[in-house]
Design a binder for this molecule. Structure first.
Ligand code: G3H
Ligand code: 13P
Ligand code: NA
Ligand code: ZN
Length: 328
């Protein structure tokens, strides 16, 4: 059944686990997330970015998720708008049937330029007022995602789009977080601790100076009743990079967020862990390998099937690692 995200996060807090929130754009990804959750009895957060809504189209995103709920009626599913860039985007998501929205006021509407604290409070509070009237959950973000190594926001090509970010903007301040929660009344807070979106997060396996799990602890100690969210939390498995490159890909050396670090963060208030890149890598590795080994095949279903299966395996692994087994 479709549920509010607040419900899922409250349960996760009560039972000390974290829920991976997987980005979905198409049929196979939705099926992969749902099938994985079904196998382990996990609750589901399906999230769609603005890019996903544009890629699939509004009706397809809406009905893909509704189809998931219809096909797996026993699984609780929250339908979440990822990185809403304005109150208008969040409003349209709510009209479309989303049960949760992220108002990302850490950046301006261009999704690149860091915004002021006052702007962030203003837009987030507006979305909370609108969303809570209809039982929809709100996630906000304080601090900008970006690499503590380079100051860059992180992109698929390894070059940040926003230009260099100030070091202090890259780490959420616990005191400011407490004020932000108080002033906006949001349900969940995304924090900046040195992670960034995409495959190119760290140039070497991350240590505490570039992945600030200590900051999670400090924020949680200050606002223990607020559900924390980690973005940019793909682990970027080396095995997937190796397989992509073995079968014709050309990805550079890179490292993601190690699962043990996420598990540590879950002990300190992190309840939602955003994952997109790991699914992308898994599907790409599977398709590259399949087409390399089966150069005569041309039925799209034949190469989408291993891609869907690979995505399912990643999802299932994260559900188990984050403690979701039997919680759905
Ligand atoms: O916010 C980043 C997520 O990975 C979504 O990516 O905007 O390419 O759909 P996207
Ligand atoms: P990754 O790129 O690490 O998968 O992060 C996804 C994300 O944060 C979506 O909001
Ligand atoms: Na989000
Ligand atoms: Zn994100």
């Amino acid at each position: 059944a479709l549920v509010s995200m607040r419900e899922l996060l409250d349960h996760a807090a009560e039972h000390h686990y974290g829920i991976p929130a997987f980005n979905v754009n198409n049929l196979e990804q939705v099926q992969a997330v749902m099938a994985a959750a079904d196998e382990v009895g996990a609750p589901v957060i399906l999230q769609a970015s603005a890019g996903a809504r544009k890629y699939a189209g509004e009706s397809f995103i809406k009905h893909l998720i509704q189809a998931a709920v219809e096909a797996w009626p026993h699984i609780p599913v929250a339908m979440h708008q990822d990185h809403g860039q304005s109150p208008a985007v969040c409003e349209s998501a709510i009209r479309l049937g989303f049960t949760s929205v992220m108002m990302d006021g850490s950046l301006h509407e261009d999704g690149k330029t860091p915004a002021s604290y006052a702007y962030n409070v203003e837009v987030t509070r507006r979305v909370v007022e609108m969303a809570h009237r209809v039982g929809v959950t709100v996630e906000g973000e304080l601090g900008c995602l970006g690499s503590l190594e380079t100051g860059l926001a992180g992109e698929e090509d390894g070059i940040g789009a926003a230009g260099k970010l100030d070091h202090s903007a890259l780490l959420t301040d616990p005191e400011e977080a407490a004020r932000f929660v108080q002033e906006t009344q949001l349900d969940a807070l995304a924090i900046a601790i040195g992670t960034s979106h995409g495959a190119y997060k760290f140039t070497r396996p991350p240590t505490g100076d570039v992945l600030a799990i200590d900051r999670v602890k400090a924020i949680h100690a200050r606002i223990p009743n607020t559900h924390l969210v980690m973005h940019g939390s793909s682990s970027v498995p080396q095995e997937l990079l190796a397989r992509i490159n073995q079968y014709g890909g050309r990805m550079k050396e890179t490292y993601g967020v190690p699962v043990p670090e996420i598990q540590e963060a879950i002990k300190h208030g992190v309840r939602k862990i955003n994952i997109d890149t790991d699914i992308r890598l898994a599907m790409t590795a599977a398709v590259r390998q399949f087409l390399h080994e089966n150069p005569d095949k041309f039925d799209a279903r034949e190469w989408l099937k291993p891609a869907r299966e690979a995505a399912k395996q990643v999802c299932k692994q994260r559900y188990l690692e984050f403690g979701c087994e039997g919680m759905g």
